[in-house]
Design a protein around this ligand. Sequence first.
Ligand SMILES: NC(=O)c1ccc[n+]([C@@H]2O[C@H](COP(=O)([O-])OP(=O)(O)OC[C@H]3O[C@@H](n4cnc5c(N)ncnc54)[C@H](OP(=O)(O)O)[C@@H]3O)[C@@H](O)[C@H]2O)c1
Length: 310
Amino acid sequence: MKGHWTFNRNSTADQVLEGKDLTGKIALVTGANGGIGFETARALAAAGAQVILACRNPELGEQALSRIRLAHPHAKVELALLDLASPASVRACAHGIREREDIPQLDILICNAGSMSMQYLLTEEGIERTVAVCHLGHFLLCRELLDTLLLAPAPRVVVVSSESHKYPFKLDFDNLLVSRKQGAVTAFNAYGQAKLCNALMALELQQRYGAKGLTACAVHPGALVTTGFGNGSWLTQLAFKVASPFTKTPNQGAATSVMCATHDNSEDIAGGYFSHCRPARRSKEAANPAVAKRLWDFSEQHVQQGGAAS
Ligand SMILES: NC(=O)c1ccc[n+]([C@@H]2O[C@H](COP(=O)([O-])OP(=O)(O)OC[C@H]3O[C@@H](n4cnc5c(N)ncnc54)[C@H](OP(=O)(O)O)[C@@H]3O)[C@@H](O)[C@H]2O)c1
C-alpha cells in the first residue's frame, strides 16, 4: 500500500494528532467510556472535534465525559446511549443523531466497542453475544448512520478489528450467529469470527460507498493493550499480566484508529487494514471481496428480520 507513514507501534493518539485541528468535524466513537475507545474519543476531542461517546452504561459514560472535560476544558463531548447487543438501542441511538439539527453530518465513525463473552450467551434476539456486539450491532449502526455519514465532505469509518481475525481460516456463515459451545476455546473462536467480520465489513463499506466519497478501513490496536478487555477470563487476565511490560497503553492503542480517522490522504487508507499506525497484512479471507459482499448481504438480511436469528 502506498503512503508515507510517520508513526509506529510506540506512537500515542496524542502524538498522531499533534498539530492537527479537527474543529468542525463531528465524530462518534462506540465503547468510549473506557480503554482504547476512551483514549480515541479524548484525543479527537482534544484536537477540536465534536465527539459523541456512544456507551451502554450511562454512569460510566458520564464519568468519561467528566474525565475528558477535566483534561480538556474546551472539549465538545456528549453522551449517546448505545447497547450494541440490542437492535432497538442501536436504532434509537442512530435515530437520535439523525434527528439532531446541530449534527448536519457525521465525519468520523469509529466502531470500537467489543467484548468477548466467555460464557455462551445469546442476545434477546437469539444471536451469540460476541458476534452480536462486535459485528451485527456495528453493522446496523453503520447502516442506520450511512446517510448522515454521506452528508460529510469526506466521511471515514474505522472498524476496530484484531489480529485474532486471522485465526478462523474461513468465515463460518453456517454457524456465525448462534452456534457455540460453552468454554474458553470456543469463546476465542467466536471472537475470531467476530473480528474477521469487522475486517470484512470495512472492506465492503469501501467497496459499496467508496465512489460516494466514504473511506473505510479496519485496524488492529495492538496485542493485549492494557484495558478492561478480557477481564472475564482468567486466561486472558494471565496473558495480559505476562505480556504487560511489552504491550501498549490505551493511548498507544488508540493511535492507529485516530491515524486512520484523520490521515490526510484518504486513498492511503481506503479499504485497508492497519496496525502500529501503518498498513499491515490481513488474512486471505479478510481480504476476499466476495466474502465481504456475502457477509454484508447476510447481515442485511438478519437486521431486516429485526435481528432475529434464522
Ligand atoms: N485490548 C486489546 O489488547 C485488544 C486487542 C485487539 C483488539 N482489541 C479491540 O479493541 C476494541 C476496544 O477494546 P478495549 O481493549 O478498549 O476493551 P475494553 O476496555 O473492554 O472496552 C470495550 C468497550 O466496549 C464497550 N462495550 C462492550 N459491550 C458493549 C455493548 N453491548 N454495547 C456497547 N458498548 C459495549 C465497553 O462498555 P462497558 O464498559 O459498558 O462494558 C467498553 O466501553 C475492541 O473492539 C477489542 O476487540 C483490543
